[in-house]
Write a protein that binds this ligand. Structure first.
Ligand SMILES: [Fe+2]
Ligand SMILES: [Fe+2]
Length: 279
């Protein structure tokens, strides 16, 4: 009996970059999560090579994703009250969408930034697999509420930033993990409080796992951001603020989760600056 196409494809691919790209282009969330887990398995088993070469600066405008959710402008997203069953599901759906995009974002790093050392690829393969497990955990909570991924509309802000930073690993590390994922650290305690208020302790437990892991993801981004800055002779903390301006990146919303951000590598001086707001 012939093995399934995905398994045959996996056997033909011999390097981490092409394996990450293949997983990135998978539309089906179940298959994408399986591919991210398989990539980590193959990395640990040392069956894939890390190639030496230049970065691939071409953005991937259409990564693999299912036909739903419908992508709309952020302003077009309807806000629903968490006290309603629909609002509760919509909140979990928004988190599932972030996790789905985060799988693609991590895989994209492994695919494109081939000038980076093997440890960089090890880290982002690890992140991709964790994001897949986050997606599965949140999707299970959505199913428990009678919904699935795709039932609500969503925006494409995370992937837009991936496209805008496709040509420079330093910008990617600053703008995605150190801006967008770090905002997740700040937001999670408030979401947890809302879910606790309506008695959804199962989702609270899921968000506890996600927050713990996300500190690690931001720390990985922080490490490689500072590494890129050091290798280019740049002052990391000054460059970070410059990039936030140049990309018109969303400023963190108060209150900052200082403890989580410090654990992820932000300095106290940076957090004081970010807490003062954009000026
Ligand atoms: Fe995540
Ligand atoms: Fe993450």
């Amino acid at each position: 009996m012939r093995p399934p196409a995905a398994a045959r494809m996996r056997r033909m691919i011999r390097n981490v970059h092409d394996a990450a790209l293949a997983a990135l282009m998978i539309d089906d969330p179940v298959a994408k999560c399986a591919a991210a887990a398989a990539l980590r398995h193959d990395w640990i088993a040392r069956t894939l090579d890390v190639l030496e070469g230049g970065d691939d600066a071409r953005a991937i405008a259409e990564p693999g994703r299912p036909s739903r959710p419908q992508l709309v402008a952020p302003q077009a997203l309807s806000s629903r009250h968490i006290g309603s069953r629909e609002g509760h599901a919509a909140l979990l759906h928004a988190i599932a969408h972030i996790e789905f995009n985060a799988i693609n974002l991590a895989l994209d790093c492994v695919h494109r930034f081939r000038s980076m050392p093997a440890a960089f690829h090890r880290d982002w393969i690890h992140v991709a697999a964790e994001e897949a497990s986050h997606f599965e955990l949140v999707q299970a909570r959505l199913h428990a509420l009678g919904h699935g991924y795709g039932d609500f509309s969503a925006h494409n802000g995370l992937w837009d930033m991936a496209c805008r930073t496709a040509d420079d690993v330093l910008s990617r590390m600053a703008l995605v993990p150190r801006v967008l994922e770090a905002r997740g650290l700040d937001a999670t305690p408030m979401i947890v409080a809302k879910l606790r208020r309506i008695g959804d302790d199962e989702s609270v437990a899921v968000l506890d796992v996600i927050l713990r892991d996300e500190v690690g993801h931001v720390a990985i981004g922080d490490y490689w951001f500072r590494d890129c800055c050091a290798r280019r002779g740049l002052d990391a903390e000054a460059v970070y603020l410059e990039l936030m301006e140049r990309f018109n990146a969303p400023w963190p919303q108060a209150p900052l989760h200082r403890e989580a951000r410090l654990a992820a590598g932000f300095s106290a001086a940076e957090l004081d600056r970010l807490a003062r707001g954009r000026r």
